[in-house]
Design a binder for this molecule. Structure first.
Ligand SMILES: O=P(O)(O)OC[C@H]1O[C@](O)(COP(=O)(O)O)[C@@H](O)[C@@H]1O
Ligand SMILES: [Mg+2]
Length: 263
């Protein structure tokens, strides 16, 4: 492995970026829009990214860094190691003063997520995973043991209203019919962290997420004993269509709800 202690470095970097972002949480912010009116960026996103990047560069000067903001690299290399950074995942929550946001750092090697850290400073929670174990605040966590879909809480994560043609509403309706309870929490990495800890039973989206919205959470969920696939039920990779994450107990029902056959 090209990384030396990737989980430890990811945790340090996520904590440091989270501290930078926390300094201005619920303070005065300059808010800019990106692709659409609800796609936001602030000086806090940029400052947190600088903190994370400098922590990672100090530890691993030669490892490429994929990151959401500014002119950082946006694509994950197929071969070799890379860091994947979302300085604030859940900026829309952050600017509204809602505590559910994270600084997310993942390590990937030859396309395979090998470590992850999601720091949620406003909630004082930190999720960390290596290739075998997921921890929340230092304690090992596992996906939920629920098996009855009627008892499931499923997060319809990653906003996809822009897909149009009723697909968003139709997918939510199918999830609502097949599972007991639905959530939209406003931030993908914290949502995936809750699947890893067993607080949620599943999370799903038919859109192809950005790597910084997905990779850390995928590592956390797999190390917590869960399953992450694409919309067809195939093992999830950074090139996948959609993302369906669960405790494994009703995974096919989720796949069916998110990507029904055309017939
Ligand atoms: O689970 P929800 O409510 O759809 O929220 C997920 C949202 O979180 C995000 O990961 C937030 O991303 P950023 O705040 O980093 O831009 C979005 O990609 C996604 O729309
Ligand atoms: Mg972000």
């Amino acid at each position: 492995m090209a990384f030396d202690d990737p989980a430890g470095t990811a945790e340090r970097a996520a904590r440091s970026g989270g501290e930078t972002a926390a300094e201005t949480f619920r303070g005065r912010l300059d808010i800019e829009t990106k692709d659409h009116a609800a796609d936001l960026v602030t000086q806090a996103d940029r400052a947190a990214q600088q903190t994370v990047v400098s922590t990672l560069r100090d530890a691993t000067p030669d490892v490429p860094i994929v990151a959401e903001e500014d002119d950082a690299r946006k694509t994950v290399p197929e071969d070799g190691p890379a860091w994947i950074v979302d300085p604030i995942d859940g900026t829309a929550n952050y600017v509204r003063g809602i505590q559910f946001w994270a600084t997310s750092v993942a390590a990937i090697e030859d396309g395979e997520p090998v470590a992850a850290a999601n720091a949620l400073p406003a909630l004082d929670d930190v999720y960390v995973a290596d290739t075998s174990t997921a921890r929340m605040n230092g304690e090992e966590v596992a996906v939920s043991e629920r098996s009855n879909p009627a008892a499931f809480a499923v997060a319809a994560t990653m906003w996809w209203g822009f897909m149009g043609e009723g697909r968003y509403g139709d997918t939510l309706a199918r999830l609502g019919e097949r599972f007991g309870d639905l959530r939209r929490l406003g931030a993908a990495q914290p949502t995936l962290s809750l699947v890893a800890s067993g607080a949620l039973d599943a999370a799903a989206t038919p859109i192809s997420p950005n790597p910084w919205d997905a990779v850390a959470g995928v590592r956390l969920i797999r190390s917590a004993g869960g399953v992450v696939t694409d919309v067809h039920g195939n093992r999830w990779t950074v090139d996948s269509e959609g993302l369906i994450a669960s405790n494994g107990a009703a995974h096919q029902q989720l796949v069916d709800a998110v990507a029904p056959s055309e017939s």
